[in-house]
Design a protein around this ligand. Sequence first.
Ligand SMILES: Cc1ncc(CO)c(N)n1
Length: 220
Amino acid sequence: MSFTAEIWKKNAALFETIRTMPFNQELADGTLSKERFRHYMIQDAHYLVAFGRALAVAAAKADNADEVVQFANAAHGAVVVERSLHKDFMEQFGVSPATFSSTPLSPTTHHYSNFLLANAWGASYPVALAGLLPCFWIYAEIGRDIIGRAAKDNPYDSWIATYAGDEFHTAVRAVIATVDRVASVASEETRRDMHIAYTHAAKLEWMFWDSAYRLEQWPV
Ligand SMILES: Cc1ncc(CO)c(N)n1
């Protein structure tokens, strides 16, 4: 079994928890409240900039030119999606630039963003990549799952199409292949740390959707 197949299997119950959580069920049904989607969208725009920075750090740590290009392109892709959130969704869902810029990162967004950045800067290249993998893989699987059961005329269908689409899935398969390559030449100890980073980030993916559902704010 490949390293990533093993990682997926080990975290399968967590993925099922994410797939069936209220945010994703209601997103698929088209019944998710606009208020919750707006909260999510604003936080995701903040998150995507941090994700792009963490990918750029991974690009800088890559041990060959192809992977420098792969993660520099992924950093670019994260910022392209962030900009399209502003241009398309925020306009459509009534979030003005002033509202966006005056909304701080929520506690969970802050935590997830800082985990990705600390892990990218502080850990070895393989462990940095393992922390970034759930952001790709879980979104791709959730996108495909939701598009398969989404209600007709779902108000969120263009969001769903981004993550169910071929362009994103091609990039995700390439990241999975790179993680398998680095894991195949890594020590047992590094592979153990890769598992820890992956599961940590996968839990933060759950927390991210859950925090949007709860319209999370700073308690003080
Ligand atoms: C929180 C989160 N994780 C992953 C993605 C997809 O890269 C996203 N847009 N937001």
